[in-house]
Design a protein around this ligand. Structure first.
Ligand SMILES: Nc1nc2c(ncn2[C@@H]2O[C@H](COP(=O)(O)OP(=O)(O)O)[C@@H](O)[C@H]2O)c(=O)[nH]1
Ligand SMILES: [Mg+2]
Length: 394
């Protein structure tokens, strides 16, 4: 699964990316520091089911640290988007195309209002403008993808009972299935003749496609700066339906670097850390600042929370553990609770089988809910934290 980190220049996207992945990315206070997308592994974290099951796990496709399961995902740090990116401004189209396969986006916003629309230092900039501008950019970009294919879409749709099929083809690159496109098409009660759609209708459709294929969480970054808290309050009031996560990417990066250097003990997402080594005056001061102005003030640096809430709230994913032996909870090699998979809500036992191995779907006989011992069928919808044995025929 890919999550794209987006936003205008200088909001702290690369800092967020580096903190989450510990991949070094160029961080700088000037526009277009990032041109090629940085790609790295970040982790969705959740309490590991091994605690509840009373076993010690031996993870293979994920990790477990202190009772927390870490499931790897891919994070993409794309270049800063500026207004007009969809028209190719600032190489915008190229950057947007890097996001094609992303399942969701984290919009890193400078909540302190110290970065203007072009990414230059400013004072008193209203971050609500960025919320709107970024959505609009993506809507126009998606409309552009459709418009490039509009003649073909119009022709194919005119000759078909299922006009969404014609729209689904150019949108498949965005990770939209035909069923997704159909549901957008029906929800918006669009006319069955795309040839007659106005540019406005095309844009409305693109907006709904964005909602479905690129849901967005907003990481309100730079919460350590003055004014950020007030701005966050205003944003939450203005956009009650959106998810805002207060963030300090710089603090997260500092903490992870300090932990890597053995100076502190810190679990990403935690509200405190433990000092291990001898700190010099500057280090002590920096860490004290983070404790007081970030961790105590907001409960965490927000970076891990932004990733987790993207997975579990925005994408509504569930975490499921397949095993081969329902009692020992092991795979064929004896690894206890070896795998953890993120699946969409409503995923069935059969979906899990297909996720574990493409051949498993065909060989599926039944499954067992290892917590209750009950047999479950193909179409049984799994729940978060389920441990499931899949029975296969040879
Ligand atoms: N005060 C503060 N500065 C930050 C934070 N995160 C990033 N920055 C700074 O913002 C500037 C731009 O960061 P960068 O990650 O390169 O932004 P990008 O252009 O969006 O990738 C750098 O000077 C960072 O050190 C934060 O949480 N708080
Ligand atoms: Mg950058």
């Amino acid at each position: 699964m890919q999550i794209g980190v987006v936003g205008k220049t200088n909001t702290g996207k690369s800092t967020f990316f580096s903190a989450a992945t510990m991949v070094a990315a160029e961080i700088g206070n000037r526009p277009f520091v990032t041109i090629k997308p940085n790609q790295g592994t970040a982790y969705v974290t959740a309490p590991c089911v091994h605690v509840q099951m009373g076993k010690q796990c031996m993870p293979q496709n994920s990790r477990c640290e202190a009772g927390v399961r870490l499931i790897p995902i891919t994070l993409l740090d794309v270049a800063g988007l500026i207004e007009g990116a969809w028209q190719g401004k600032g190489l915008g189209n190229m950057f947007l195309n890097d996001l094609m396969q992303a399942s969701a986006l984290v919009h890193v916003l400078d909540c302190s209002g110290t970065t203007d629309a072009e990414g230059n230092p400013a004072k008193g900039y209203d971050p609500a403008k960025d919320v709107l501008f970024l959505e609009k950019e993506i809507d126009y970009w998606i409309r552009g993808i459709l418009q490039k294919n509009w003649a073909k879409i119009s022709k194919t749709a005119a000759a078909s009972e299922k006009p969404w099929e014609a729209l689904a083809q150019p949108l498949s690159g965005l990770g939209m299935s035909e069923a997704d496109v159909k549901s957008v098409f029906e929800k918006g009660s669009f006319s069955g003749k795309p040839s007659q759609w106005s540019e406005e209708e095309q844009l409305d459709f693109a907006e709904m496609v964005r909602g479905q294929s690129k849901p967005m969480l907003i990481a309100c970054n730079k919460m350590d700066l003055p004014g950020a808290k007030e701005n966050l309050g205003r944003l939450q009031k203005q956009f009650p339906e959106k998810i805002f996560v207060p963030c300090c990417a710089e603090a997260e990066l500092t903490l992870r670097k300090a932990a890597k250097a053995g100076l502190i003990e810190y679990t990403p997402g935690a509200k405190e850390f433990k000092v291990l080594g001898n700190l010099d005056e500057r280090q002590r001061h920096a860490l004290e600042f983070i404790q007081t102005h970030v961790l105590d003030a907001f409960g965490s640096t927000g970076v891990q929370q932004a990733i987790n809430r993207t997975a579990f709230e925005l994408l509504k994913l569930i975490l499921v553990y397949p095993v081969e032996d329902q009692h020992k909870l092991v795979d064929s090699k004896g690894n206890v609770l070896p795998s953890a998979y993120l699946l969409r809500q409503g995923a069935t036992a059969l979906d899990l089988a297909a996720k574990v191995h493409s051949s498993f779907a065909e060989r599926f006989v039944a499954a067992i809910d290892c917590k209750t011992g009950q047999k479950i069928g193909k179409e049984h919808a799994l729940r978060d934290n389920d441990v499931v044995k899949i029975q296969l025929h040879n």
